[in-house]
Design a protein around this ligand. Structure first.
Ligand code: SF4
Length: 359
């Protein structure tokens, strides 16, 4: 079965939905890894990217209760928090002074706060830009953008343009989960639909905001759901070229309503490899070490990934759901991890401009 798909890939043909399903059903991970690695090398050579970044989750207060989420709280509930602008600025300031190299990117995602409208988000962005003009701001998932627009009585384009004007540089990948309507309804019934997520990303790309894309896997979805999800992302990328990287996010079950199991290492590697093969119009496939763990991320560099994300410093969302990885990695640790996979470490900025190729 793999031979037929293999010849398609070698001939430069695009793989179909049924090919993707067949690949997920295959356990020949060595052939898959080899094919995906060849594809990654065609695009990025032996380079593996990382970024000096800082994650910030401004609040865990959220009007939704997605069944896979262990992060959200109601207002007033034990463990609920909201950071002030001063606290956010202090976190960036501390990261920038404690880390040996300058922070290039701040990544901001949080809950759908019932009271915050666009003015609050503008204040977050403009305060960061005023104090740290050289740091790129990657902020607010399509789900948050939809919420901000609704809270503020604005359209999506208007919301995005206002946020862009005040400092939003790029959008993160989150909120895509799995697009399949029936699966999504079981996972996160209150969340915007997959179609709406795609629509918001299309508007963002059209107004000049690049973004990443993601897929949450390893819960109740089928291989058909995964294939459909990847094809929808590929179709949008054909139209806009606005996605910088794809990130497959393994489900973490701890403290969630849904429970269940962690994804397997085999599934993690297969999903990275198949993403690399299916998303032939994406420049980068990220193995996000916080969710995959440091070691699987490293092995993923031989299965089609070319990026392991960054220093992170503090991460609350995946760790609420039982992530076993650390919260932070130093620049030297990221370099060492990449080198030991026989890849060339490349420090990048938020837009994949090369800061330094470390030979
Ligand atoms: Fe809220 Fe996001 Fe958690 Fe869903 S995944 S409950 S939208 S914080």
């Amino acid at each position: 079965m793999l031979e037929k798909i293999q010849s398609k890939i070698s001939a430069g043909e695009r793989i179909s939905k049924s090919d993707i399903i067949d690949l997920f059903n295959s356990y020949d991970i060595f052939t898959l890894g080899k094919l995906a690695s060849q594809k990654a090398e065609e695009i990025n050579g032996k380079r593996a990217f990382f970024v000096i970044n800082r994650h910030i989750n401004p609040t865990n207060i959220c009007i939704n209760r997605c069944k896979f989420c262990a992060f959200s709280r109601s207002k007033g509930e034990e463990g609920a928090y909201e950071l002030t602008i001063e606290e956010i600025l202090k976190k960036i300031h501390d990261a920038n002074t404690n880390i040996e190299n300058s922070i290039r990117e701040v990544h901001i995602v949080g809950g759908l706060h019932p009271d915050w409208d666009i003015n609050h988000y503008i204040k977050i962005l403009s305060s960061i830009k005023r104090e740290f003009p050289s740091i790129a701001i990657k902020a607010f998932t399509a789900v948050e953008i939809d919420h901000i627009a609704r809270k503020s009585g604005l359209g999506i384009e208007e919301t995005l343009l206002l946020l862009k004007k005040n400092g939003l540089d790029i959008m993160p990948a989150g909120g895509a989960e799995i697009f399949s309507k029936s699966t999504r309804e079981q996972l996160c019934p209150e969340k915007i639909s997959g179609e709406r997520w795609l629509e918001i990303m299309e508007v963002a790309h059209t107004v000049g905001i690049k973004s990443n894309a993601s897929m949450l896997y390893g819960h109740i979805e089928t291989f058909e759901d995964r294939a459909e999800h990847l094809i929808k992302l590929r179709n949008l990328q054909d139209r806009t070229s606005g996605f910088q990287a794809f990130i497959s996010l393994p489900y973490h079950p701890k403290n969630t309503q849904m429970g269940g199991y962690y994804s397997s290492g085999i599934d993690d590697l297969k999903t990275i490899a198949i993403s690399r093969l299916a998303l032939d119009n994406f420049a980068h496939i990220k193995a996000y070490w916080v969710m995959l763990g440091e070691k699987i991320s490293q092995v993923a560099l031989l299965f089609g990934a070319d990026d392991i994300d960054g220093t992170i410093i503090e991460e609350r969302i995946t760790h609420s759901a039982g992530a076993v990885s650390g919260q932070s990695m130093k620049r030297e640790e990221l370099i060492n991890l990449i080198r030991k996979a026989n890849r060339v470490p490349v420090e990048r900025d938020a837009f994949y401009n090369i800061i330094e190729e470390i030979i």
